[in-house]
Design a protein around this ligand. Structure first.
Ligand code: OXD
Ligand code: MN
Length: 619
């Protein structure tokens, strides 16, 4: 390798050579010579190497130890608190377009730009070279991933969130079949990326690689998370499987000795992690699922990750007891962008008083502090996070690392929708379910930079991560169903329905919807057929609420929640139709579903002479 010994010493060089993979060597050499780090450390799966990274994060000041053993805190810059959609681009050649929904840019130009920006970017810094495996090791789901970064926080986060992959790379036997990620926090000021205006996140599908620079927020910087998700969507498209922004849970109905696995897609900060952590269930994953058809005609899912990078806001003992307990007991974990006072972390909605001063994502903070635009700075950011291993949780599912994945019986699509969809419904079958997922709308949250609360179309909660045209993505879902003899049932949930500004449901109610969906999978209860799908019967929910919460579920609440808001639903159909009209290759079946749903809604309005129709009208 053409790297000076002073930069890559013999020990580190041997670790690289030990992989027997010239593609890896080529990549390390290329970015060593471009980024010009002072030193390169190659990290294997050994405890010693992994500890080295953990200690480096403290030594470099990227993480600060907290009072509780194993806990640290990391801060991202004030303007680096969410995923940067604007500067995240998919590189395309020769004027290729991926449709309106995907942010693309010319490959050649961007590669030139990024090479310029990467030149000497690691001067005076250390480059960490890391190997991970996406999904369980030694499985058909496994994807090897190589990370180069000058951030020990990024490298440490990946230890918690992903499976070690040095040995997995050895098993590659010299193949180039892996993803790679080049990250640099860029120039730092008080430990924070300084050149935010030059933040760039470029997906180069042709090279199976992603470049991300001048950022630290994990959604932008941690290669294996949302950046690998994009590369894996492309891979899944080529290999006939699905790569989804989905949780995976084992649902364990009370009084029945069985586990029924569900996956669920929810836009960021719309209840995905809290659904995955509903007490009484087991968790396989909270964010990214790979779905493949099994030999038995069922769909199988595996978690690409082994940890949670979760939103901490509203995690409190009554709403999220399992996570709260994990966050307040000793273990290896990283808090980010919370408030620190006396070496203890505080966050919004934690169910305790928050101190009036401390250190937060804006620096030294006091109640009432305002930013440069006059906006009040909250004690902790609304997108503050925790990073933790799933294996640390009491409710981790025994199949987390199962190389075969888990058989999926149900899929849930859930958006943040204040006025249109009922809390839960079942589709009429796989293609109709795909239509429901593809028509998902949700209001924006703090997980992305920009305004919150804006209604957006977010098909399968995966729009931000798509790198293939929307029509093709929908087609892939329809085709995947054809590979299965027993496709999962598809459901939709909405936890955010409001009336006069008040939520119509309590947070805990999602447990009842889950129980109903699980019972439907086993054909244990009937449902009411409406123009948009199958909804629960009042008697079944009444019984479930009694059993699960010892609470009366009033019929008037049922009617407010489950009435079919035909006018709103028709308006949504118009919006969705408009969006898909601008896309190419949209499957005919999908268009037919739009037409059929509209016809059913109009007929119902005509028949019942009202625009909000009671569930009992359909019985
Ligand atoms: C996440 C996200 O962090 O979707 O999971 O933003
Ligand atoms: Mn996510």
């Amino acid at each position: 390798m053409d790297i000076p010994k002073a930069v890559l010493d013999e020990g580190n060089s041997d670790k690289l050579l030990g992989l027997g993979n010239r593609h890896v060597l080529g990549i390390v050499e290329e970015y060593a010579n471009l980024c010009r780090p002072e030193k390169i450390s190659v990290i294997t799966d050994s405890k010693e190497d992994i500890n080295y990274v953990k200690e480096l994060a403290i030594k470099w000041g990227e993480e600060m130890p907290l009072a509780m053993q194993g806990h640290t805190v990391h801060f991202d810059g004030y303007h680096d608190q969410g995923r940067d959609r604007e500067n995240t681009k998919v590189l395309v050649s020769d004027g290729q377009t991926l449709g309106k929904a995907i942010n693309t840019a010319d490959r050649e130009k961007c590669l030139e730009e990024i090479s310029g920006l990467l030149r000497n970017i690691m001067a005076g810094k250390e480059m960490l070279v890391r190997f991970f495996c996406l999904a369980p090791v030694k499985s058909r789901f496994s994807i090897c991933a190589l990370q180069l970064t000058d951030s020990a926080y990024v490298a440490h986060s990946e230890d918690i969130l992903y499976r070690a992959g040095y040995e997995e790379f050895r098993r590659l036997g010299g193949s180039s079949n892996f993803f790679h990620f080049v990250h640099s926090s860029g120039e730092l000021e008080n430990g924070i990326s300084k050149n935010i205006s030059k933040r760039r996140i470029y997906m180069d599908l042709e090279g199976n690689r992603v470049f991300t620079i001048n950022c630290q927020y994990a959604g932008n910087s941690v290669g294996l998370k949302k950046l690998a998700l994009r590369l894996a969507i492309k891979k899944s498209h080529l290999e006939n499987w699905l790569c989804e922004h989905m949780l995976i849970i084992g649902v364990r109905p009370e009084g029945k000795n069985r586990t029924t696995y569900f996956t669920g897609a929810f836009p960021s900060a719309c209840g995905k992690t809290s659904t995955a952590m509903i007490p009484g269930q087991t968790i396989v994953g909270d964010d990214i699922a790979y779905l493949m058809a099994g030999n038995d005609g069922r769909a199988y899912a595996a978690n690409a990750e082994q940890g949670i990078f979760g939103i901490i806001e509203e995690v409190n003992p009554s709403d999220d007891p399992l996570i709260y307990k994990a966050l307040t007991t000793p273990r290896e974990m990283i808090f980010s962008n919370v408030l620190i006072a006396d070496k203890n972390p505080y966050w919004l909605g934690m169910g305790r008083d928050i101190p009036v001063q401390g250190r937060n994502y804006a620096g030294n903070w006091e109640l009432g502090n305002k930013d440069a635009t006059g906006k009040e700075i909250l004690p902790a950011h609304r997108n503050a996070r925790y990073t933790i291993r799933l294996g640390e949780l009491e409710n981790v599912d025994q199949n987390l690392h199962n190389p075969d994945g888990v058989p999926v019986s149900g899929i849930i699509y859930g958006g943040r929708d204040s006025d249109t969809s009922p809390p839960v419904l079942e589709s009429f079958g796989w293609p109709h379910g795909v239509f429901i997922g593809a028509a998902l709308e949700s209001e924006t949250t703090a997980a992305t930079l920009g305004q919150t609360g804006v209604r957006e179309h977010n098909p399968m909660a995966n729009l931000d991560f798509l790198v293939i045209p929307l029509g093709t993505y929908i087609e892939n879902h329809l085709k995947f169903g054809l590979l299965l003899d027993k496709p999962p049932r598809i459901f939709a949930t909405n936890y955010f329905l409001k009336e006069n500004g008040e939520f119509l449901n309590r947070r805990a109610d999602k447990k009842a919807w889950l129980a109903w969906m699980e019972a439907r999978v086993h054909n244990e209860c009937n449902a009411i057929e409406t123009p948009i799908g199958l909804i629960p019967r009042f008697e079944d929910l009444k019984e479930l609420f009694k059993m699960l919460f010892n609470r009366e579920f009033a019929e008037k609440d049922y009617e407010r929640q489950f009435s079919i808001r035909a006018k709103k639903l028709l308006e949504r159909l118009d919006r969705i139709e408009g969006i898909y009209r601008a896309e190419t290759n949209v499957p005919e079946v999908f268009k037919q579903h739009i037409g059929q749903q509209r016809r059913r809604l109009l007929e119902a309005v005509e028949k019942h002479k009202k625009e909000v129709i009671l569930p009992s009208d359909f019985e």
